[in-house]
Ligand binder design. Structure first.
Ligand SMILES: *Cc1c(COP(=O)(O)O)cnc(C)c1O
Length: 346
């Protein structure tokens, strides 16, 4: 493997002189701040937020057991995804690899940035098609996007395959672990030291129950993180988000308890949905949702909406024909869903 970070960063980004904010130019403790054109009257939010979220990163670094300068925080994972494209991919020239069916934002961000995507369909078992992947790499392939556990299929990708990709690909390998807290698998964070081309994305939106807060986390080598810091909007994480996240991540036990409850509910839900005759298959899931193959899925989707129950119809997605993606709710919600499906399919 010949991974050379300097060779794969876009020249424009390498040479970029970043915006220097007041809080970049003075980082000590002052008494009178007259450097940022802020309003002196206290509103609780009259000061700019910490552009590097040091307090929050300090907490996260302890939870994730990783140095602070290997952490990047974004306005949701969506911002992290977009910035990764912009660091490494030259519009109209470079390419990335996607493994559909997968999370839709990779394609959307590629399109917005005018980056070509090569789509290597997952196998029927929703695994990465390694042979087909390696056939499709070329000198302009900059990023391989892996979602594991994958949305919408729910499975974790074979770690041996991921290891092969990490060891042989000279571009960036992104592993989106939005659902890692629901899975028994080890996070790839533990392998960052061994793979300079690895970039991991996690989020507070799922297991932590904070989708409205918009906090995405990126984990990578210090060098990669420093480049993302250079191009991010200076104050991308607002004060309220930093404050609330700081509070929330102190409740690690509560997060783990919520995950346990959701996983127990998932077991119950699977057991009961299996009993419905028109259900053809429930795919194995390492997440907080299940992918269910059911006769007349689109019709059931519409009938559920009639009953004010909203699931995700994935029927028109290749390899997910006749599939509904159902988020695991609380016990009352799950019972409502079950009763409704039973009524519709009777
Ligand atoms: C839900 C989800 C996210 C979360 O995105 P945020 O912008 O952090 O809310 C990221 N990746 C995948 C695959 C998801 O399903």
């Amino acid at each position: 493997m010949n991974f050379d970070l300097n060779k794969i960063i876009r020249p424009t980004i390498k040479e970029l002189k970043p915006y220097s904010s007041a809080r970049d130019e003075f980082t000590g403790n002052g008494e009178v701040y007259l450097d940022a054109n802020e309003n002196p009257f206290e509103t609780g939010l009259n000061r700019y937020p910490d552009p590097f979220q040091k307090k929050l990163k300090n907490k996260i670094s302890k939870i994730k057991n990783i140095p602070q300068d290997c952490i990047f925080l974004g306005n949701g994972s969506d911002e992290v995804i977009d910035l990764i494209f912009r660091v490494f991919c030259e519009p109209g020239k470079d390419e990335v690899i996607l493994f559909p069916p997968t999370y839709g934002m990779y394609q959307v961000c590629a399109d917005i940035n005018n980056i070509k995507t090569k789509k290597i369909s997952l196998t029927k078992d929703f695994e990465i098609d390694e042979i087909n992947l390696f056939k499709n790499l070329n000198n302009n392939t900059k990023i391989i996007w892996i979602c594991s556990p994958n949305n919408p299929t729910g499975n974790t990708m074979d770690p041996e395959v991921i290891k092969n990709i990490l060891n042989s690909f000279n571009g960036i390998v992104v592993i989106d672990e939005a659902y890692i807290d629901f899975s028994d698998s080890q996070s790839w964070i533990d392998f960052l030291d061994f793979h300079p081309n690895l970039f991991i994305i996690q989020t507070l939106s799922k297991a932590w129950g904070l989708a409205g807060l918009r906090l995405g986390m990126g984990f990578a080598s210090k060098k990669i993180i420093s480049i993302l810091n250079k191009i991010k909007p200076p104050y991308n994480i607002n004060s309220l988000t930093q404050e609330k996240a700081l509070e929330a991540v102190a409740y690690l036990e509560e997060k783990n308890e919520a995950v346990d409850i959701i996983l127990n509910e998932k077991v119950k839900l699977i057991k009961n949905i299996k009993l419905i005759e028109t259900v053809k298959h429930i795919y194995q899931s390492d997440t907080n949702f299940i992918l269910v193959k059911i006769n007349n899925a689109t019709n059931i989707y519409k009938e559920l909406i009639e009953r004010s129950i909203i699931v995700r119809n994935r029927s028109n997605v290749s390899l997910c024909e006749d599939c509904l993606r159902i988020t695991v709710g609380n016990s009352i919600e799950n019972k409502k869903l079950l009763d409704a499906i039973k009524e519709i399919t009777r």
